[in-house]
Design a protein around this ligand. Sequence first.
Ligand code: SF4
Length: 374
Amino acid sequence: MQITEEISLYFHIPFCRKKCPYCSFYVIPENERQEIQLFQALKLEWRLYERFIKKRKVVSIYFGGGTPSLFNPKYIETILSWINPDRSVEITLEANPENICKETVRPLVDIGINRISLGVQSFDEKTLQLLQRGHTPQKASQAIEDVASSGIENISIDLMYEIPTQKIDSWIATVNYALEMPITHLSLYNLTFEPRTVFFKNKSTLVPQLPSSAQSLEMLNFAVDCIEKKLKRYEISAFAKNGFESKHNSGYWKGIDFLGFGPSAFSYWEGSRYQNFCNLQKYSRALDEGKSPIAFTEKLSPTAALHEKLAIALRLLDGVKIAKYPIASEIYHKLINKGWLCVENGIAKLTKQGLLFYDSVAEEIVLLENNFSC
Ligand code: SF4
């Protein structure tokens, strides 16, 4: 039997040496006892889904976090042995520049990791200090060089803008510096103040220090123009060399099923969304007791699922085939009239304005779905 239906797998490794003040992910301090506990729980969770996964074609595996590079590689190797991926599968591991060097990358290459995603955020000393990151600009560039010279060709970095006290000059220097590095992929983010973070609590002090909206737009426009000279923008915030577009993230944007393992991990499976308990003890206790580790489930109606898929797929710059998303034509017309969408040869794409106002585009698609289904 030929297996064609694709799936992506995500493993949440929640360990970090310290918590960054803007981070809203489920993160806990690293220690050996908790590493063993996580591994044992992942093994039990794998057994729950193994039979479904074996019927699918695994296209990508992603170890995210947290800081998966802090997880003992012997556990990652064992997890990969359960999946037994073929050579075409993209296998990404997230790492922080301060804990990656030639000695730590080599074992990862040996066990099959073929893509590293580094949380660089900035090459500006002051910005890194404000974000309370554990690395310096020098350490970040050294980490990238070490990963590249250890045989990993596919290297992604994250850069962040719209940060309190950040100046346009330092942002320009960061972007230019990043493009000199041997990277194949770059993700661009603006800082957001997420509830239950230290930055959120200190919003009243930090917000007045943010760049103005005109400056933030200038930062974004500069970065896009500059990065596009070297890498192709294939998604609103993602740029890649040809052939190095993230298979994992593309799967998410294209709406293919993905299964998430580990505390707080999300899954999207046959039209339903799930999230595991955001607590290692609760998550592993449930599995030990033979219960489900899922804390939250949502089954979307077929129409709502279609609208959500359309909103997510529109993030891709190649656009979407309208025939694949048979929704009320009024929705397309409304977005076209607002100047956010253009349609040509049956393909709908965001315009330049639509790229800037993506959140409003997505909101319109979801809200209009509710209005039309009333
Ligand atoms: S290193 Fe990453 S995952 Fe860990 S606390 Fe900082 S932002 Fe969050």
